[in-house]
Design a protein around this ligand. Sequence first.
Ligand SMILES: Nc1ncnc2c1ncn2[C@@H]1O[C@H](COP(=O)(O)OP(=O)(O)OP(=O)(O)O)[C@@H](O)[C@H]1O
Length: 294
Amino acid sequence: MALLELKNVSKSYGAGSKKVEVLSDINLSVNEGEFVAIVGFSGSGKTTLINLINGLALPDSGEVLLHGKPITGPGPDRGVIFQNYSLLPWLSVFKNVKLAVDEVFPKLGRKEKDTHIRKYIDMVNLSPAIDKMPSELSGGMRQRVSVARALAMDPEILLMDEPLSALDALTRGTLQEEIVKIWSQDKKTAILITNDVDEGIMMADRIIPLTPGPKATLGPEYKVNFERPRIVTEINKDREYKILRNDILEYLIEVGATRRQVSDQKYILPNLQPKLPNRSVFRKGSKEKPSLKL
Ligand SMILES: Nc1ncnc2c1ncn2[C@@H]1O[C@H](COP(=O)(O)OP(=O)(O)OP(=O)(O)O)[C@@H](O)[C@H]1O
């Protein structure tokens, strides 16, 4: 049985004429230990999809199953790393991680807890900054704390919602490598949401595109067969990499273009003309006299 399954899942927001069906007929099956990347356009519903798995949102129809049982809310079996770090600014690195560990392992002894927290802070190379406050850290360091915090909760699934998109390219590359290294050591199941095809190729076993919304759905999956560790400078030269990257991009461009055509047909804008102060406005081909009104 797959660890996580989404079966015919649909999700909308709003009601009546304002109802928008964000996700439609989502089917996904993730096995234990797999690293899956969902790649999609901005606003297509990626966070909504992660929230459905996290249990922060429930589907309108269909099922989201963990070990074959419906997800009814958030739980310690799913650790989330958000884009915006979400650290408590008044707590040190150690205490930010401790807060999560206290929640999940309330019965762990003081010494064991301390060792556990330090292990994960060390894993993300933050031991020298263990007593620093979030305001004293760079964006990359803050995101490392989020990674340590999520992993210290020892979740079965690590959910990452565009965790690296706020970072510069160099920090992003380093953290991609670090997350994959920890993932392979810790044997977690990981789901990465990203808008970056290259990031998906560097990190995941499979890449699945999410089509543009509304009614976004998952497209065909692309297997990433490169050996790990994946070295960006080497992979960049690989012919297979170029083919895979092109295939995914072509698919995304194609579904993006189809969606644009549909939206062009749907929304016919009225032929409004701006009226500027103290200027006459001519409408091309119009027999009306130019207006001098504001
Ligand atoms: N709570 C909500 N109520 C109403 N509409 C919402 C809500 N959450 C999201 N939406 C709408 O659903 C759509 C998908 O949003 P979502 O945040 O899932 O997309 P996304 O792909 O993660 O976007 P981005 O890449 O910009 O972060 C958007 O049009 C958004 O405005």
